[in-house]
Ligand binder design. Structure first.
Ligand SMILES: NC(=O)c1ccc[n+]([C@@H]2O[C@H](COP(=O)([O-])OP(=O)(O)OC[C@H]3O[C@@H](n4cnc5c(N)ncnc54)[C@H](OP(=O)(O)O)[C@@H]3O)[C@@H](O)[C@H]2O)c1
Length: 296
């Protein structure tokens, strides 16, 4: 099978599509024939060496939509099941940017019925991250939340989930994204600063750090998206960062929200798997709205 990997770190040109063996599922694992697999900022980070460990093959890709093709012992999944999954982990010899991927059975959920695989592939990583970041914040209905990077993948899902939970959401995004983020459920919009201490919490998907923390009231909460890089707590503002975990049961709830029309899946462009380096180059140019999706 073909798979997108890096063996040396660098720019988009470091991405190679190689021929390699089809991976075999072990106990409590399933193999998915990949129909579509999204390209995320973390893949650019892996490619450029953010996660270290050069000198051996690292497979790219976390998000997958496809069909179960083989199962190890002790899984309830069956060949032919249409699924989505999170292939968790920055350093792995093969990832989801491939024709087949093996994942733990408990990282898998039934695919949404109302969207195609290309759209479904944009769900797992970023919707799980948004949901788990909101868990960290632990807000109650009626409380106020500022989401930075609200037009991005994590931010967009966070706006939708938070508004659905009855939070009063302010979206921080580029001027041209106001209509989009309001359509996702933001009650308020800003392109820059809000008043200091004016919200109960921030979900900082744009990684603004201390500047974003300053907008939280005394005793509020800050959730970042870069583990180990959350600002130090000040004024009683609790700080932390989400580190996404693969959670098939939670993913199934998010799939249900897609099928109810409560979560919007946004695709910018599709690329053939063989053109993975071109997709990385497009992502590096910036300004992409919706995800770039690779199709094997
Ligand atoms: N910790 C975890 O487990 C985890 C999981 C998933 C993602 N992440 C991280 O979460 C971050 C967001 O991911 P993503 O996929 O949502 O990225 P994305 O789709 O690129 O979204 C980021 C958004 O933030 C906007 N933005 C950046 N700076 C801004 C500013 N100063 N003002 C207004 N908007 C601004 C960007 O706009 P422009 O494109 O115009 O700059 C973009 O719309 C990334 O750093 C990613 O690595 C972490």
């Amino acid at each position: 099978m073909r798979a997108a990997v890096v063996t040396t770190f660098g720019g988009p040109e470091a991405v190679e599509v190689v021929e390699t063996g089809v991976p075999e599922p072990g106990a409590r694992e399933v193999r998915i024939k990949v129909a579509a697999t999204a390209l995320n900022p973390v893949d650019a980070g892996v490619r450029s060496g953010v996660f270290g460990r050069a000198g051996r093959r690292i497979g790219l890709g976390w998000d997958v939509a496809g069909t179960v093709d083989a199962t190890g012992a002790a899984t309830a999944w069956r060949a032919g099941d249409e699924v989505v999954a999170l292939d968790h982990g920055p350093v792995k010899s093969l990832g989801a940017h491939a024709e087949y991927v093996v994942v733990p059975a408990d990282a898998v959920a039934k695919a949404p019925e109302t969207v195609d695989a290309v759209h479904a592939a944009t769900l797992p990583l970023n919707a799980l991250t948004a949901a788990q970041a909101l868990d960290l914040l632990g807000l109650q209905r009626g409380q106020s939340l500022l989401v930075t990077g609200a037009a991005g993948a994590v931010g967009g899902f966070a706006v939708q989930l938070a508004a659905r939970d009855g939070l009063v959401v302010t979206a921080l995004a580029r001027e041209e994204d106001e209509e989009l983020v309001r359509s996702l459920g933001a009650a308020r919009f800003t392109t820059g600063a809000v008043g200091p201490g004016s919200v109960d919490a921030v979900l900082d998907a744009a990684v603004l750090g201390e500047a974003a923390q300053a907008w939280v009231r005394d005793g509020g909460a800050y959730a970042g998206v870069i583990p180990q890089a959350a600002p130090a707590p000040v004024r009683g503002v609790r700080t932390g960062a989400v580190e996404v975990s693969a959670d098939g049961a939670r993913l199934a709830e998010l799939v249900r929200l897609v099928d109810e029309g409560a979560l919007t899946l946004r695709v910018a462009e599709t690329y053939a798997l063989d053109d993975a380096a071109k997709a990385h180059a497009r992502l590096a140019e910036g300004g992409v709205r919706g995800r770039l999706v690779l199709v094997p």
